[in-house]
Design a protein around this ligand. Sequence first.
Ligand code: N5H
Length: 259
Amino acid sequence: MEDLLKLKGKNVVIMGVANERSLAWGVAQSLYQAGANLIFTYRLERSFGKLTKLLKENDYPAELVVQCDVNNDDSIKDAFQQIGEKVGTIHGIVHSVAFANAEDLKGDFINTSRSGYAFAQDTSSYSLIAVAREAKPFMTEGGSIVTMSYLGAEKAVRGYNVMGVAKAALESSVKYLSTDLGKDNIRVNAISAGAIRTLAAKGVGSFNEILHKVEETAPLKRNVTKEEVGDMTIAMLSHLSRGVTGEIIYVDAGYNIIG
Ligand code: N5H
């Protein structure tokens, strides 16, 4: 078959695999099928352990696995320096990281603390800007950056609270970054993924309710999987999407279009 994706041998950085349920892991699986070289970043030692185990179990090679704390500029700089030294050129980045303090995801949005608001923004939105800046010197052949968002960025989804505001900033950052990086043929897009049971969704009371509502209302009458998010993400990393930048692409069984 003709290689329509042109991802074979491309170097793609994946940030945010916490375990096998992670959207980032769904993307990694799709990218391995497409023949890309993968570089992973992790923050927690626990995530490093999970990732190493997943790679081993699946017999997947990793070009490099490097620690990166997205709350820290030096850590991001250092991680991308190491990646650049190892692979030379970076062709793609999958930014699949977010964090909000558990107490800011409970109760009323009005009670969001100043520090909790700042931390959610720093981790979930500013991190994309910092990553794009540090990666840019190595994206010399053009490239594609994809981040993960959620409907709560534009609609008030119960319980998403401070994360909704962070994702709104993230989606806006996608647009501004795409205007800066377009001249270097670097595209920036977000995938707005439907609700998927990841570690981030753990312990969320309203989660089952959301899954049921989507099943009833979405055009496709079902929820989506991390494999579906993975496949759309690699489409956005690939040659197929070369004319698309600054977009928010929904992988949500069509749920967002229903009024
Ligand atoms: C409307 C909903 C349900 C409410 C869910 C909110 C989810 C927010 C995402 C953030 C990233 C979750 C988060 O930061 C949890 C932390 O406070 C505690 N968890 C951790 O520390 C774990 C161990 C580590 C690995 O997590 C992180 N982030 O490092 C939205 C859902 C229907 C969809 C959803 C779950 C969206 C999303 O953004 O993930």
